[in-house]
Design a protein around this ligand. Sequence first.
Ligand SMILES: Nc1ncnc2c1ncn2[C@@H]1O[C@H](COP(=O)(O)OP(=O)(O)OP(=O)(O)O)[C@@H](O)[C@H]1O
Ligand SMILES: [Mg+2]
Length: 462
Amino acid sequence: MQSRPILVADSQPEVRTALFEALTRMGYAVALAEDGEEALQKFKADPFELIITGIRMPRLDGMQLLSQVKQQSPQTPVIVITGHGTVDNAVDAMREGAFDYILKPFSMEIIKETVVRALNSVKSSASLKTDNKTNDYTDDRRPIITEERVLKRLLDMAKSVAPAKATVLIQGESGTGKELLARFIHKHSDRASGPFVAINCASLPEGLLESELFGHEKGSFTGATARKIGKFELAHQGTILLDEISEMDPALQAKLLRVLQEEEIDRVGGKNPIAINIRVIATTNRNLMEWVKQGKFRQDLYYRLNVIPLYIPALRDRPRDICPLAEHFLRKYSRENGRKLKKLSPESLAQLKSMTWPGNVRELENIIARGVLLAKGSTIEPSDLFLDPAVYGSAETQQVKTTKNGRTMTIKEMEKELIEQALVETNGNRTHAAGILGISVRTLRNKLAEYKAMGWETGQAA
Ligand SMILES: Nc1ncnc2c1ncn2[C@@H]1O[C@H](COP(=O)(O)OP(=O)(O)OP(=O)(O)O)[C@@H](O)[C@H]1O
Ligand SMILES: [Mg+2]
């Protein structure tokens, strides 16, 4: 993969050096700036996929840098580095749209984990950019494209319930646009100027999820070296998106129910409850009622969440959307890559229409993004699309059937190759990789653990 450019701004030389060394060792291309002003100039001149900045800096401080960057390019994640004395600033920074904050002194592990998360949060297609000169993340109007009556009706419905505070449960397969719809609702609500905070309940081990959501007080458990503000608090006066709610464990489900009923939260180790005003949107790609029946999900919580149920149909059940979506992504990726607008050949379009789309709109988006880059002429031919699901992924996947020394691969080895490929495709986003592979995140996690136990390198912590 290409190394992804990161800009580091801090007034302390030792912080700059430490980050430079750590990030270069991880394979990123790193540029340094001594203050916010210098960082802003560099950011305007070159596209960076991530910015890490200190708060106190001469000329332009970290908060000002953050707001300038967010104006120009709302999708570029900004990580704020802060000392214990300025934690409150960091919280403000999160409210202003910072991706996360890191407390000094920091370990390399924390840096690595946060950077990977931040880069994964950027559209996975970003890694496909080759000659992105215009830094076109600036276009944050995420339109929802559809020609299908069912979806149009759903959008009307979403718009009409947006102003209410009622909880929304969005159901639909992976890649159908649940997060897009959640942002749409936020944007059409009277909280639109407040924060939109998303958290994926499947991506964190159980204990960590609780402190991510609720925050914790310093010293509340080993490793809680500082106070942490949770996502609920960060979403105050805005919207919180609880992604993959089905994966939340029962103890936490009970605590969430209390948040919804009482509109207050308790930080882990905290003494007094904190009042919050949030709109909760939950998503799931499972049939949550089934989970209730099987005793895996609390029934009372289900009803609390399901006040406004919205169901997004799978792409294969919306055949009329394939063509307009493909054209939308053609325009988007041609523009982002500074390429002339290409056409799909009639054969390509026919093939796209005949597919079953297990990965839904995200799969279509990835295929078109790749087609735009791979097509030599002005027309995208089927061979540019790599449509055979067995070779889904980049060109290298076509060689997975034999090992490096020519031996035929075992099924297990091929499975591992496909999993690795999906992780590369999604920049390590396990939820999305699992979606592409048609397996659950749990299964994916178990498989990675299994490879690790077998001593197989995957480049992924299990
Ligand atoms: N109707 C649509 N119009 C335009 N883009 C869409 C549409 N539906 C989905 N997308 C795009 O497809 C991608 C996947 O959408 P999104 O992340 O919202 O799906 P999801 O349902 O949350 O998936 P997952 O369950 O895997 O988290 C995004 O890049 C999104 O912008
Ligand atoms: Mg999602």
